[in-house]
Ligand binder design. Structure first.
Ligand code: UTP
Length: 279
């Protein structure tokens, strides 16, 4: 089955970026001139997806406005030197459809994904957490690589990265066995949400890219609140993993945790240097 839709859970409060995120969605913070969520949508388009499903919440209206025409502004700059600055976003808007639903209570990533069921329906889909910004230069983007893995294994796929042992408490951590003939795909048999380093089975951390099969929705409906009183996608994925229905994929490329100040600054410097070296 082809992956046609990409879900963007974007309802979180972004408390690590207060006060910037008091009235501005975290997903609208820019890396250079492009908001994080636009980088995510571009990655999805590169992977062949044009249907974007966005889970928003209170105070997130700017996301909807961003993926819409701004007549006044566009008329104002028409024919001038600045018009080209809107070329990329205009092209995205013309290629894609965007639909939105609201998460009423912020009960975690698993709950946000379940809220998106109404936009996704009964088909496998991609998930992008826009605050994890991925880049693979001129080569295939992370989502595109993951779709190839999904096409091969036909089960849920999580993107993983090795992290320092002392940082396992920030991530979902997987354990698994390498799939025969590959050095980058693991059949997952255990997953733990944000374990202390002493309890972490490995240092392989799930980052903000997933391909999920639609049975995840029924599993999420029966998933109890886990770590932090939130409904955790890791707990729901563990149910699929019990039936060998999850693979973890060590993607090629760089990932920046733009939900943290260090990651955000690192991404800004990286893209700034990239831009200068291309000019
Ligand atoms: P984070 O764990 O980064 O949480 O969520 P957050 O609330 O956005 O940020 P901090 O930790 O308070 O600074 C990971 C992703 O899941 C979404 C967020 O928008 C982000 O893309 N999310 C999280 C939801 O959509 N709903 C939730 O209830 C929680």
């Amino acid at each position: 089955m082809k992956i046609k839709k990409c879900l963007f859970p974007a309802a979180g409060y972004g408390t690590r970026f207060l006060p910037a995120t008091k009235a501005t969605p975290k997903e609208m913070l820019p890396i250079l001139t492009k908001p994080l969520i636009q980088h995510g949508v571009e990655e999805a388009v590169e992977a062949g997806i044009t249907t974007m499903a966005i889970v928003t919440g209170r105070g997130k209206r700017a996301i909807e406005d961003h993926f819409d025409i701004s007549y006044e502004l566009e008329n104002q700059i028409k024919g001038g030197s600045k018009e080209s600055l809107l070329t990329e976003i205009r092209s995205l808007i013309s290629k894609c459809t965007f639909s939105y639903t609201r998460q009423i209570e912020m009960k975690g990533l698993g709950h946000a994904i379940l809220t998106g069921e109404t936009l996704i329906g009964n088909e496998p889909f991609a998930v992008v957490l826009a605050d994890d910004l991925c880049n693979n230069g001129e080569e295939d983007g992370v989502l595109k690589q993951m779709i190839e893995i999904f096409n091969r294994y036909q089960c849920s796929v999580v993107a993983i990265e090795e992290v320092p042992k002392e940082e396992t408490h920030k991530y979902g951590i997987i354990d698994g066995d390498l799939v025969y003939g590959r050095d980058d795909v693991y059949r997952v048999h255990n997953m733990i949400e944000k374990p202390d380093s002493k309890d972490a089975p490995t240092n392989m951390a799930i980052i903000g890219r997933y391909i999920l099969t639609p049975d995840i929705f029924d599993i999420l409906k029966n998933t109890k609140e886990g770590k932090g009183g939130e409904i955790q996608i890791t707990d729901a994925l563990m149910e699929q993993a019990k039936h060998d229905r999850v693979v973890a994929f060590k993607f090629k490329g760089k990932r920046f945790d733009c939900g943290s100040i260090d990651g955000f600054v690192e991404a800004t410097n990286y893209f700034y240097n990239l831009k200068n070296s291309n000019e």
